[in-house]
Design a protein around this ligand. Structure first.
Ligand SMILES: Cc1ncc(COP(=O)(O)O)c(C=O)c1O
Length: 445
């Protein structure tokens, strides 16, 4: 923490100390983080969703070690390597027929940047449409199609020609496409910020509108891909055939950063249309052997351990256990999820005085109620989970797909107890305020 405060991000240090999350993490295994006292914490944060096969999976570690021991001819640059080729083959064999080539990358946002560039170059059009509340990463291109002002503000001017449409609003999409100048509509099949599920028929209709307008339909599966939603790619739920698909995060096995852009053969061949254009997009470490080995091991583990099916089954169980909370507690407005991508949303309780108190507190400290749940979950139940975005009372879970059924049940029980305590809002709030010093912070405001 001292090094963090001195050289990294002291504001993050303040948050961690305020909430009492300033643990010394000494290990990780499967669905758990382990602290310096050897205590295991159920990790529902999942490193922002990278640990689909669990932390430190032995097979993924062995694959990386094997590549290092083999002293491979990595990164020849003017040359090709086996592992990248096999990874492309493996990923494309699991993807819809609409894509036929892979562009390697090192992260989610880099994959999205590539998608923006490829869409512009393939169509010769400038504009990119995205959904409100979208999150595609934080580099400038991805930030230009980010639907959250708390990330965008202060970094402008961003890319021109980027326009938001409502997630689910087909009329707005059609309207924006009318000008014939749109290169692509980029959308997360399930939005990560808030875990927003698409309305029935929305994505397929959006894809059709894009096709009709000559714009590319791009699915950002950086968070939803690699088994998270109970399918290898979330787009399988709706039989989508996108022109471009971005994956990253869990493909890494939680070990080596990676991203990949799966592109239609037609778009790819338009962009890379001659020998002099063979290197017009790429990056030094894209397609490196260590990342490819970790990714291939991830795919193997996913298949052998049946993790995609497991994600569907345990996700259904988590919903079944937590959906009754809507009936049981006034403050629980919705529980939603697909596979092991799950969220619970809180809102003002019934009753004039309780509602007034909620509004007063939330006006000063938006999202505070969620902290009344996440903080005791951490301290009293050793469960780490995240608030799903700024200014929203949504808690989100992205556990390892290897999570045990018992742990799902333990989470549902702990959540119920914690909401019951937080539901006694004024008391809980006072206790929380005393504990964290937030009361002082609020008073100062
Ligand atoms: C849907 C989506 N796209 C892109 C990104 C950016 O990925 P990265 O953080 O690896 O740049 C994220 C990260 O959370 C994401 O959820």
């Amino acid at each position: 923490m001292a090094l963090n405060d001195r050289f990294l991000n002291p504001q993050m240090g303040r948050i961690l100390r305020t909430l009492g999350f300033d643990k010394v993490w000494t290990g990780g295994e499967g669905a758990h983080l382990i602290d310096a006292d050897g205590e295991r914490y159920l990790d529902l944060f999942g490193g922002y969703g990278v640990f689909a096969i669990g932390r430190n999976h032995p097979e993924a570690i062995a694959a990386v070690e094997e590549v290092m021991a083999a002293r491979t001819g990595n990164l020849p640059q003017l040359g090709v390597t086996l592992l990248s080729g096999v990874l492309a083959e493996q990923l494309l064999s699991r993807a819809p027929d609409s894509v036929g080539a892979m562009v390697p990358a090192n992260s989610g946002t880099e994959a999205v940047e590539a998608a923006i560039k490829i869409a512009r170059a393939a169509t010769g059009r400038p504009r990119v449409l995205y959904a409100e509340h979208a999150f595609h990463g934080l580099t400038l291109g991805s930030l230009s199609i980010n639907g959250n002002s708390e990330f965008r503000d202060g970094f402008g001017p961003l890319l021109p020609g980027c326009e938001a449409v409502g997630f689910g609003d087909l009329d707005a999409l059609e309207h924006e496409l009318e000008g014939g100048d749109v290169a692509a509509f980029i959308v997360e099949p399930v939005q990560g910020k808030g875990v927003n599920l698409p309305a029935d028929g929305y994505l397929l209709s959006a894809q059709r509108l894009c096709r009709d307008a000559g714009a590319l339909f791009v699915c950002d599966e950086v968070q939803t891909g690699i088994g998270r939603t109970g399918r290898f790619l979330a787009l399988e739920h709706w039989d989508l055939q996108p022109d471009i698909i971005c994956v990253a995060k869990a493909l890494s096995g939680g070990l080596v950063p990676i991203g990949a852009v799966l592109v239609s053969r037609a778009a790819f061949d338009t962009v890379f249309d001659g020998m002099e254009r063979a290197v017009r997009h790429g990056s030094t470490f894209g397609g490196n052997d260590l990342a490819a080995a970790a990714a291939l091991a991830t795919l193997r583990v996913l298949d052998r351990e049946g993790l995609v099916e497991r994600s569907q089954r345990l996700g259904a169980l988590l919903l079944e256990l937590t959906e009754p909370l809507v009936e049981r507690f006034d403050v629980v407005k919705e529980v939603r999820g697909i596979g092991l991508m799950w969220a619970i949303e809180f809102g003002p309780p019934e009753g004039a005085s309780a509602r007034r108190l909620w509004r007063t507190v939330e006006a000063r400290q938006p999202g505070l109620f969620s902290q009344l749940v996440t903080v005791p979950l951490f301290h009293e139940h050793r469960i780490l989970c995240q608030v799903a975005g700024h200014h929203m009372n949504v808690i989100k879970a992205l556990p390892a797909l290897t999570i045990e059924e018992d742990e799902i049940r333990r989470f549902a029980d702990a959540l119920t107890q914690t909401i019951a305590a937080a539901d006694r809002y004024p008391v809980a709030l006072a206790r929380f305020g005393l504990r964290t010093g937030l009361r002082a912070a609020l008073a100062r405001r």
